[in-house]
Design a protein around this ligand. Sequence first.
Ligand code: GDP
Length: 444
Amino acid sequence: MAFEGLADRLQNTLQKIRGKGKVTEADVKEMMREVRLALLEADVNFKVVKDFINRVKERAVGQDVMKSLTPGQQVIKVVNEELTALMGGEQSKIAVAKKPPTVVMMVGLQGAGKTTTTGKLANHLRKNHNRKPFLVAADIYRPAAIKQLETLGKQLSLPVFSLGDKVNPVEIVKQGIAKAKEEHCDYVIIDTAGRLHIDEGLMDELKDMKDAANPDEVLLVVDAMTGQDAVNVADSFNKQLDITGVVLTKLDGDTRGGAALSVKAVTNTPIKFAGMGEKLDQLEAFHPERMASRILGMGDVLTLIEKAQANVDEEKAKELQQKMKTMSFTLDDFLDQLRQIRSMGPLEDLLGMIPGANKMKGLKDAKVDEKQLVKIEAVIQSMTMKEREQPAIINASRRKRIANGSGTTVQDVNRLLKQFEDMKKMMKQMMGTGKKKKGGMKFP
Ligand code: GDP
């Protein structure tokens, strides 16, 4: 997960001060020395680090903190607030033009993820904001860029405008926007050309395109894995093109986090979105306060809830609750549950959003074994419907058949059946349908 190193170090440092009933100036100084090193090691711009440390120090040794009943926690609160402010404070939303369509121009270096993000953004706008996006393929230089966008458009069933790679991009932009208006689309997203490095020719062309498009939003796509380079690229693009926002891609990788923490401070341009994977639904609106909480191990329950809401079928959830009440929960339902959870993304990422999960004994180093989940899925799939509904009929010969069919062993099958039985027992207790136990939980 991104920020892992930084998160670990900051959390260890803050842990030392958390419970303190009395915090001295020397304590704060010592702590800030460690925080400073952690940030530098995460590749945060050194000037940004210096300003950050000064701000936290000033506030932390202030009267309110030192004299409070829980000074240790107050210091952590200050760090959290300043970290949030560093990444932009409030969430910065994508522009909406007074008169549609809203024109968004995507810019960035080659390989940053511009074309992919163009598709992801269109998907996000349609899925979460009920918009009607229109894509314009104006990257005429990178071989196959136009084809790539057209393929994304097909996958998403969204219109993609292109005039091939022989027409001037300024002309493509003009005609593209006119066509989007004709089709009553309310967002035009323009994929532009990138180069491997910033060069004048490219910038001039982008400026011309910007003049022609008169965009409401110029979004710079930068690769978070490139750390300080990402920040330098953002700075140059901003000086030349006056960008309105940044999309940080590849935050799912093991980036040290420096780019996310410095980009806003250096360019004074907000991060609007974060790319969390290669798939089209792996773009998240960037919430500074949630990101700060994740880094400090306080979890990101809001994102977790949103993910659950987007992925969990409400009808099914109700049905399931009913089944749990009447104890008619089968292995098939179990499989369904497993699939829903997996559709929310890698389990390790989900765990990272639970407050304190990374500090829990056993969980911290527990690499969630996705293979195990695949195995469970395979085992259940090899069962007949009847077996899924009445696991009691699964005798020795059936176990052998299931193991063979799923490419697992009889022990794997046994383990799963045992787990399922244990789970049912636990449910019985929670639902209070078993023998009444004092203090047992009762659901309405
Ligand atoms: P462009 O040259 O800027 O248009 O870059 P592309 O859109 O072709 O992306 C370059 C590579 O980065 C592709 O392999 C993408 O799948 C990958 N990529 C883009 N965004 C993300 C992301 O958020 N996470 C990960 N892991 N890969 C990404």
